[in-house]
Design a protein around this ligand. Structure first.
Ligand code: ZN
Length: 296
C-alpha cells in the first residue's frame, strides 16, 4: 500500500509528459497542442488547435510555411501537418493561426513552439566506387532521373489526400535511422535522409497512407522508386524496389501494396529506404509514423 501511494504520482506525471505538448491560453477558447512534444530539426509536426466556435476555416503559418487546417469532428479541433527542416536552428518559433467566420473580424492567435537540436548519429559505410563517383557514361541516366524527380515534385496536390495515422511501409525491423551522418568509403558525405527497413528482396511494400503515385520508375541512385503524393506538399518515397505494383497517376489507398522490395540502385544490400519529403525538406519518417492525427 505504501509502495503504491509512492508510485502513483510518478505514474501520473508520466501520463502528462507523454501526452501532447500544450500551451495553456487564458483568452477565449483558443488552445494549441503539438506532436512531438519537443520537435527537433528534421521533425514532422502535427498541430491541433481549438478555435472559438464562430471560426469556419483556419489557416496558419509556421517557419514561413502556410498551413491549412482541417476540422476533426472526433476531437472538435483543427489539425495540420508541418515540418522543421534539418537546417533549422534551435530556438522558439511562432505558430500563427487565423480564423475566418461569419463576421469581418478575423480571430487570430500565436503560440511559441520550442525547437531543440537533434542529436543524429554517424556511421561508416562502403559503397561500390561507381556509385560514389559515377562513371561518365552514367551522366545521361542521372540527368534523366533528376528531370523525372523535378517533374514529379512540380505538380503536387494542394489538398490533403491522407487521413489518420501513417503506417510503416513494411513489417520489418529498421536500421539506418534518419539524420545519420554518413562517412562513405572514408569520406564525409551528406546525412541519411530516410529510414531503412531490413527486408529481403520480394517483401511487400505498402502505401503508408492514401495518395497519388507521382513517380514509379527506375532511377540511377534510388533504383526502382515509387513516390506518393499525400497532398499539401507531403510526399513519401520508397527506394531500391525489385518490382512495381502501381503505375504513375494511380490513386492508392492507405496500406495498398505498391511494390516489392529489392536492392536496386545505390544499395549495399536489399533493404527498403523510406523517405518523407515535405515542401522540399526531408523529415524523420519515424516521427511521422509516431504521430496520432485525429480521426475524421
Ligand atoms: Zn536508406
Amino acid at each position: 500500500m505504501f509502495l503504491f501511494s509512492r508510485q502513483l504520482p510518478i505514474v501520473c506525471f508520466l501520463l502528462v509528459v507523454t501526452s501532447f505538448s500544450a500551451a495553456a491560453q487564458p483568452r477565449g477558447t483558443w488552445s494549441a497542442q503539438w506532436e512531438p512534444v519537443k520537435p527537433v530539426n528534421g521533425s514532422p509536426v502535427l498541430f491541433r488547435v481549438t478555435a472559438p466556435r464562430q471560426v469556419a476555416a483556419l489557416a496558419g503559418n509556421f517557419l514561413g510555411q502556410d498551413l491549412s487546417f482541417r476540422l476533426s469532428q472526433s476531437c472538435h479541433c483543427w489539425y495540420a501537418l508541418a515540418g522543421v527542416g534539418l537546417a533549422t536552428k534551435p530556438g522558439r518559433y511562432t505558430l500563427r493561426v487565423e480564423g475566418t467566420g461569419p463576421g469581418e473580424k478575423k480571430p487570430t492567435m500565436s503560440y511559441a513552439v520550442a525547437i531543440a537540436a537533434a542529436h543524429y548519429p554517424s556511421s561508416r559505410i562502403k559503397i561500390p566506387p561507381a556509385f560514389v563517383e559515377p562513371p561518365k557514361e552514367a551522366e545521361p541516366l542521372i540527368a534523366a532521373a533528376d528531370a523525372a524527380k523535378k517533374q514529379a515534385f512540380a505538380k503536387l496536390d494542394p489538398d490533403p489526400l491522407w487521413s489518420g495515422r501513417f503506417e510503416p511501409p513494411a513489417e520489418a525491423e529498421t536500421s539506418g535511422v534518419f539524420g545519420t551522418s554518413r562517412i562513405v568509403n572514408g569520406k564525409q558525405q551528406s546525412q541519411h535522409k530516410g529510414l531503412d527497413f531490413r527486408v529481403s528482396t520480394g517483401t511487400p511494400v505498402h502505401a503508408t497512407n492514401a495518395g497519388t503515385v507521382i513517380l514509379a520508375r527506375p532511377l540511377y541512385f534510388e533504383g526502382n522508386c515509387v513516390m506518393l503524393d499525400h497532398g499539401q506538399g507531403l510526399v513519401t518515397i520508397y527506394m531500391h524496389l525489385s518490382e512495381f505494383k502501381v503505375k504513375e497517376g494511380e490513386k492508392v489507398a492507405a496500406g495498398q501494396l505498391i511494390a516489392l522490395s529489392g536492392g536496386t540502385g545505390r544499395s549495399t544490400a536489399p533493404h527498403l529506404h523510406f523517405a518523407v519529403r515535405w515542401r522540399g525538406e526531408y523529415l524523420d519518417p519515424r516521427t511521422l509514423l509516431e504521430l496520432r492525427p485525429p480521426k475524421k
